[in-house]
Design a protein around this ligand. Structure first.
Ligand code: SF4
Length: 308
């Protein structure tokens, strides 16, 4: 039993068998890259960092078959969650989204639909569509929230505000769709108090899961340029572990930790290399919680409804 509510534990309880996510690329675009909001994208974004199918020419059905074979052989998975991960997974006409998501209906071993997107790429019509899968599938929408601080969102060139994230989270949860949030730890200018404030705010929203990322550098991104110029200090592993534990301590114990730290495609990762040492990181987080004598929720204050 871990000191936090891991995604694998959640899946084990929910499905009582080995279930694995498979990342898919539906070929959707992103308004923060295609010139609608910005042409340069978030400063950390390199599309090749998303999934093994970045830039693929395979159809969704081919990606699913290939991934299922791989994941069955490697992990002994019996059931699968389709994860629309690349770019903004709801950035298309609703009919096109339906066509993409409906592919899962041809694969009886797919038991869940996960969609990763921007908070400003969701509307009532798309929520109707996504909610329509809830009767037969485990359905989650993951939003790139990153921080509750608008100054940080500006630094990252996210081109949306926290109030847009708040609206998307509340509208989505109201439909019975589970909401995941992506949070970045280590954004320049954010103090420990700023990070803890993000944790407190997220803890009091209808959020079912949190995916933690450490700010890292991928090739061919604006952030790489800042890094090369020596204007950026990345968190060291022990600093990240301490801040991640601070964050998790403030979450509701029932909130699923979808990921302790994002890993990255080694072909495009510049720094830090430790993010891909997943097992070591899991052990270090456990040992930090043991040292503190705390766990997830130890500092969760359910009466402090501190939504900004
Ligand atoms: S919203 Fe996502 S896909 Fe778009 S630029 Fe940012 S990280 Fe990249």
């Amino acid at each position: 039993m871990r000191s936090y509510y891991s995604f694998s534990e959640y899946l084990k309880t929910r499905f009582e068998r080995r279930v694995q996510r498979i990342s898919l690329n539906a070929g959707f675009d992103c308004p923060n890259r295609n010139g609608t909001l910005s042409a340069s994208g978030c400063i950390f974004c390199n599309e090749k960092g998303f999934s093994r199918f970045a830039g693929t020419r395979l159809t969704l059905a081919e990606q699913i078959k290939e991934s299922m074979n791989f994941v069955r052989a490697r992990f002994g998975a019996e059931k699968f969650l389709a994860y629309f991960q690349n770019a903004s997974g709801t950035y298309a006409q609703t009919a096109k989204l339906k066509e993409a998501y409906d592919v899962i209906k041809d694969f009886p071993d797919i038991v869940g639909l996960f969609i990763s997107t921007r908070p400003d790429c969701m509307d009532e019509e798309k929520l109707d569509l996504v909610a329509g899968y809830c009767d037969n599938y485990e359905v989650w929408v993951e939003y790139g929230v990153q921080s509750v601080h608008d100054k940080s969102l500006k630094y990252l060139n996210r081109s949306h505000t926290f109030s847009q994230s708040l609206e998307a989270i509340e509208n989505t949860a109201r439909r019975g769709i589970k909401v995941g949030t992506h949070i970045i730890i280590g954004i320049p200018g954010e103090t420990r108090e700023d990070i803890i404030e993000t944790a407190r705010v997220i803890a009091h929203l209808p959020v079912s899961g949190v995916k933690l990322h450490v700010l890292h550098i991928l090739r061919d991104t604006p952030l790489e340029k800042v890094f090369i110029e020596g204007k950026l200090n990345l968190l060291k592993q022990d600093e990240y572990i301490s801040l991640a534990c601070d964050f998790i301590e403030r979450l509701d114990p029932g909130c699923v930790i979808l990921r302790l730290v994002s890993d990255a495609n080694p072909a495009v990762l510049v720094s830090p290399a430790w993010i891909n040492e997943k097992q070591k990181l899991i052990e270090s987080v456990e040992s930090e919680f043991n040292k503190r004598g705390t766990c997830q929720g130890a500092k969760y204050d359910k009466n402090n409804l501190c939504v900004r």
